[in-house]
Design a protein around this ligand. Structure first.
Ligand SMILES: [Zn+2]
Length: 389
């Protein structure tokens, strides 16, 4: 049985203990301050006898400290353990913040917390509701921060499960249970490490609300994490504002306007490209002599894929015209034939593409496909102009 020193003291960061057993990379002590992964809260990091801790595992009766070089520790040895306070305190802020937020959601709206998770980036709690409105989210965030600023005491007690009263959620354990109480606000059975006053939680910020099955997942940040996130957000917003030469508060309107005008400009550009393609095809057509059958065959080797498509469309409407070209890598082949050319573009292109290991097809007027290489594309174009002669 490992004595769990963190149960009664979350603030001490150094302790001495005796090594009881070393099994593989797992080291067992008579007592420890190291918190093992449990109840959604990640384990502590730090050093044990100078060896870095890789993991701390809760084995019910005992706590296993996983270290990289356990052979340096021997049974009976007195060693000093030091926990990584920055990480521990961060987890304390998230965990007490979660108890507070869960209490607020239940007290304000009757939404019960069904599970919690504390990740490296953010913490989440799942509520037993189908949806959570933006208004309720904002009200819960506001209330949680009021309770932070009021500075309520948080303390730990040990009570018998059978007689403990006022628990937010009944405990499924028997015998002695550990109760974390936010004075006047919440009593929860919990084995985690907690701050001693709600003021120490720092800012509580809800980042995201997401539907997950028949529940709602609330992503939140407490303490320094919230401040760091807000700082990063503000830096990003300031960069955008500098780009658009406006104030941060004007960004939503300016970005919406910029997006609208980009869409309009794009649509205008497409129209112009279609009109330009008509003139380009006519110019190319004028430069090529018609074959004996009176059909003009254009081989276009100078276009992008978008230009090919626009020109193919234009060529299909010119009199007695066949048009083919390729672009891009992997290559796209585009083929067009006017109605009076006597050529069915889709029917001609399909088998030629297949023979070159490509695929595609289209209408009798305009067809396109892809082939694995630029060289094959050139062959396909040469073949289709050949077979339509
Ligand atoms: Zn808890």
């Amino acid at each position: 049985m490992t004595e769990r020193l963190y149960y009664t003291d979350a603030y001490t960061t150094q302790f001495t203990a005796t090594v009881i057993e070393v099994a593989g990379d797992r080291v067992y002590l008579d007592r420890t301050l190291f918190y093992p992964t449990s109840g959604g809260q990640p384990h502590d990091l730090g050093t044990l006898g100078g060896e870095p801790i890789a993991d701390v595992v809760d084995e019910d009766d005992r706590i296993a400290h996983v270290v990289a070089r356990p052979s340096r520790l021997t049974v009976g040895q007195q060693i000093t353990g030091t926990i990584d306070w920055t990480r521990r305190h961060d987890h304390m802020q998230q965990h007490t913040g979660q108890h507070l937020l869960s209490a607020v959601f239940e007290d304000l709206f009757g939404h019960k917390t069904v599970s919690v998770h504390f990740g490296d980036e953010y913490a989440t709690l799942d509520l037993d509701v189908d949806m959570l409105s933006a208004d309720r989210t904002a009200r819960a965030e506001r209330r949680a921060n009021e309770l932070v600023m009021e500075g309520h005491l948080v303390h730990v007690s040990f009570e018998n499960a059978a007689t403990a009263t006022g628990l937010r959620k009944p405990s499924d354990r028997e015998g002695e249970i550990r109760i974390v109480e936010i004075a006047g606000i919440d009593r929860s059975a919990c084995g985690g490490t907690h701050v001693r006053n709600t003021a120490e939680i720092g800012p509580v910020t809800i980042r995201r609300v997401e539907k997950s099955k028949k529940q709602v997942r609330v992503e939140f940040l407490c303490g320094w994490r919230g401040l760091q996130r807000a700082r990063a957000d503000f830096d990003a917003l300031q960069k955008m504002a500098a780009q658009l030469t406006c104030a941060v508060d004007e960004l939503p309107t300016l970005v919406a306007n910029a997006s609208e005008s980009a869409k309009a400009a794009d649509s205008e550009r497409r129209k112009l490209a279609e009109r330009l393609a008509v003139y380009q095809v006519r110019e190319m057509r004028a430069a090529v002599e018609a074959a004996a059958d009176g059909v003009v065959r254009i081989h276009d080797a100078t276009a992008t894929v978008d230009e090919l498509r626009a020109r193919a469309q234009a060529a299909s409407l010119e009199p007695r015209t066949v048009y083919a070209g390729a672009a891009g890598n992997p290559a796209t082949v585009v083929f067009a034939a006017s109605e009076d050319s006597g050529v069915n573009a889709g029917a001609v292109l399909k088998p030629v593409l297949a023979a070159a290991g490509g695929r595609g097809g289209g209408s009798p007027r305009v067809a396109q496909g892809s082939v694995p290489s630029v060289a094959l594309a050139a062959e396909v174009v040469a073949t289709i102009l050949q077979v339509t002669t």
